[in-house]
Design a protein around this ligand. Structure first.
Ligand code: PMV
Length: 327
């Protein structure tokens, strides 16, 4: 028997360091890839079926347009199928595939799991057909799945999973790579509280409409804050970055997107010596982040756990998606 080749790809998740919500209305956000990953493995089949399995136990198969498997799994698997078909179409292939997904990124708490999944799937399927996509093409193909989930995605999650490192995102100017000379040690506190990003974004829009004289200056302040945070990172001034993150949390509280559980964890992190702490992503639950000195990570993670969170010790990773072949 010939050797059975398996293609793999691994893409990182992300945190938003500063600027969430304000970015929706034109200010800049800083996004950073973290050492939590989605890994996708692809093997060929002798038919045209796409069979998807995952460590989470979600599985099903597609034969042409027919789905076979538990109905409640289909919603999760459809975007993955879209990613796979986008690549098959781009490469003019129609071979069936077995696709297996494993992840160390918690789902639906704002750590970029769906973006990383799309990017890793596109890269792994491309790699199976001996095609390493250029970053731009990979990003374009991986956005097809996101468009299915959200009508108008900014694409920032896919971009950070593709490129790694840190990027500045602004609706007007798009993506700019941010050179960050120092590691940026982060402890994430996951409240486990589910939230709906779209609803929170809408809530902010309404508040802004209702109280423009009060809320617009907060947005302006957040925009200035992002500019200063970019400088702090470029100058490796971690203390200044921490202070700016604290202020950013205050601004996010002011626009109503924090949550009692997030505020408590932010308070715990600060009391135990974090350089800065804030909610990350949409808020209303999900995760907070604490910027820490490397040697404090374990202790702050422990305190966050005592405070009811699931802690994750994370750091910036400079490499984005990576793919390879193995037997
Ligand atoms: O929930 P997340 O981590 O994907 O973050 C959403 C970030 C927002 O600024 C609230 C929305 C957006 O589209 O930028």
């Amino acid at each position: 028997m010939g050797k059975v080749l398996k293609a793999f790809a691994r893409a990182p998740g992300k945190i938003i360091l500063v600027g969430e919500h304000f970015v929706v209305h034109g200010e800049s956000a800083i996004v950073m890839a973290i050492n939590r990953y989605i890994t996708v493995m692809v093997e060929g089949r002798s038919d045209e079926i796409i069979h998807i399995t995952s460590d989470l136990g979600i599985s099903g198969q597609y034969d042409k347009d027919h789905f076979y498997g538990p109905r409640d799994h289909q919603k999760t698997l459809d975007p993955i199928k879209i990613s796979i078909l986008s690549v098959l179409e781009a490469l003019g292939e129609n071979q069936g595939l077995d696709v297996h997904i494993s992840s160390t990124i918690p789902v639906a708490v704002g750590l970029g799991s769906s973006g990383a999944l799309a990017v890793a799937t596109v890269a792994a399927v491309g790699q199976y057909f001996n095609n390493k996509f250029q970053a731009e093409e990979l990003l374009k193909l991986s956005l097809n799945a996101e468009r299915y989930v959200h009508v108008n995605p900014s694409g920032v999650d896919q971009a950070i999973s593709t490129y790694g490192g840190a990027i500045i995102y602004n609706k007007k100017t798009g993506l700019t790579r941010l050179e960050a000379p120092l590691p940026i040690p982060i402890v994430i506190g996951n409240t486990g509280i589910e939230r709906n990003t779209g609803q929170l974004v809408d809530q902010v829009r309404k508040l802004k409409q209702q109280y423009p004289q009060t809320i617009d200056p907060i947005f302006h302040s957040a925009g200035e804050l992002s500019i200063q945070a970019i400088e702090a990172i470029q100058q490796s001034n971690i203390t200044r970055l921490g202070n700016l993150m604290d202020i950013n949390h205050g601004l996010l509280m002011a626009i109503g997107v924090s949550h009692e559980a997030l505020d408590r964890l932010v308070h715990i992190a600060k009391q135990n010596g974090a350089l800065g702490a804030k909610l990350t992503g949409a808020g209303g639950g999900g995760c907070m982040i604490a910027l820490v000195a490397q040697e404090q990570s374990n202790q702050i993670a422990e305190k966050l756990e005592q405070g009811g969170a699931t802690p994750i010790i994370a750091e910036k990773v400079n490499t984005g998606v990576r793919s390879w072949i193995s037997e």
